[in-house]
Design a protein around this ligand. Sequence first.
Ligand SMILES: [Fe+2]
Length: 304
Amino acid sequence: MTQFNDAELTAAVIGSFDQTPNPRAKFLLQELVKSLHDYVRKTDLTFEEWDYAIDFLTRTGQKCTDIRQEFILLSDVLGVSMLVDAVNHRDRDGATETTVLGPFYVGEHKVTPHGTDVSASLPGERMFVQSRVTDLKGKPLANVPVDVWHADDDGFYDSQKPSYATQGPSSRARFVTDAYGRFFFRTILACSYPIPTDGPVGQMIHATKRPALRPAHVHFLVAAPGYEPLITHVFIDGDKYLDTDVVFGVKNELIAKVEKRSDPVMPDGKAAAAPWHLMTYEFRIKPGVGAAPKPMMAKATEDA
Ligand SMILES: [Fe+2]
C-alpha cells in the first residue's frame, strides 16, 4: 500500500495529471496543485478552515444567477481579474488601457441611435458622453460596436433592481461608430457605488474592514473585427474613491475630466436643461485577435 508524506503527496497528485492530452490543461492543473498544496503547507490549514473555505465557495456559487456573477466579484476583489488583465496586456503600443469587465456585463445591449438618453427614466444629473474610436495611428474606425453600461444615481446597476424583469435595461446600450469613428449619447452622471454586500463576497469585504466602494465610472467594451477587444472603464476625475477602488481597477490614463456645463444646448445641438456634464474620451484599439466576452444571460441562453 502506498503511503505518502506531504511532499510525496504533492508530487503524486501532480504526476496524476501526466497523461492529460492537452498540454496547456496539463500545465494549468499541475501548477494549480502546486500552489494549492503550498498554501495548505504554509498556513497549516485546519479542518475548520478547510470546511469554511468549502462553504464559502459553495455560497458563492449559490449566489450566482443568469444576471449575477458572484465568482467574478470574488476574482475582482482578490485582484485576480486585474492580474489576468495585466499579464495579457503587457504591451499596449499606445492603445487605450484596459481594466476589469466586472460582474454587471449582463442582459441585452441593444443597438441604440446616437444621442439617445440611455437613462431617460432615471433621476440624476444629466451627462453627455462624446467619444471616438481610432486605430493606433489615430485613423477613425467606422461601424465598430461599443457596449456601455454604468450604475444609476443610487449606485445600482439595472440588473440589481427588481424593475429589470419588467422594464428591461437602463444605463446600458450598444452604439455603432459612424463614418468618423464617433458615437455619442445622453445619460446621467455615474456615481461611486459599493459592490453588492448581500452575498459572501461583500460579507468578506465587511468582515475584513475593507472599503466596499468603487469610484464613479462608465464601462465600455469596444469590439472591432481584426482588433483586440478593448474592455475598459472611464473614471470620473475627482472621485474620492479613485485611490481605494475595491477591485483595484483604476489606471491614471482612464480618468477623464468631466466638465460641468451650463450651455443651453448639448454638442449635438439639442436643448439641455442646465447644468449638465460633458464626458469626452477617445479609444485607441490595436490590431489583434480574440473574442469579446458576451453579456451574461445572452451567454447563458446560447450555452443552454
Ligand atoms: Fe462598474
